[in-house]
Design a protein around this ligand. Structure first.
Ligand code: FMN
Length: 158
């Protein structure tokens, strides 16, 4: 299994980007090579068999993916590529004040990636902006477990 991680960012106001940078920092600390890619201008061809992805994505509108992630999401739905051999995790940002559509963008990505044959690693992190916690801090904590599941590497205690 390769020890590289591709972190894809879907954001409107930057929170998911902070989460991605924190995730990359945590990965690099345990020798997992990580690159952070904003989804702007990308499409479904970014997904390659044998690679592990972490999607850091917020929810906008009424349960929609952010504008910068639409190209990736919509080409997954339309082109239906075979994603066997692709592994992914999700950091999903939302706000429970949007009760009907809480963290829906992450759910949309999870559903379409799984439907196309990709394998989800670990539990999805759903961060609630109304919780009073910082999404990048929640991501840092969640990464310890997720990195162990994805790469069998262990984060030393702080
Ligand atoms: C106009 C607007 C619409 C939103 N719609 C939703 C929504 O439908 N569901 C949800 O869970 N969060 C929703 N949110 C909350 C954001 O997803 C949340 O604040 C997130 O942390 C933003 O992350 P970002 O800075 O990476 O874009 C919305 C926020 C705004 C400003």
């Amino acid at each position: 299994m390769s020890t590289t991680l591709c972190i894809l960012v879907g954001t409107t106001t930057g929170n998911a980007q902070y989460c991605a940078e924190e995730a990359a920092f945590r990965a690099q600390a345990v020798n997992v090579e990580a690159e952070v890619l904003p989804m702007d201008g990308l499409d479904a061809s970014i997904f390659k068999a044998g690679t592990t992805y972490l999607l850091c994505v917020s929810t906008y509108g009424q349960g929609d993916v952010p504008d910068n992630a639409r190209g990736v999401y919509e080409t997954l739905v339309k082109n239906k590529p075979d994603l066997s051999g692709v592994r992914f995790g999700i950091v999903s940002l939302g706000d429970s004040s949007h009760a009907q559509t809480f963290c829906f963008a992450g759910k949309r990505f999870e559903n379409i990636l799984a439907k196309l044959g990709a394998e989800r690693v670990g539990e999805v992190l759903n961060h609630d902006a109304s919780s009073g916690t910082m999404p990048e801090e929640a991501t840092a904590e969640w990464m310890a477990t997720w990195l162990a599941q994805a790469f069998q590497v262990h984060t030393p205690a702080p």
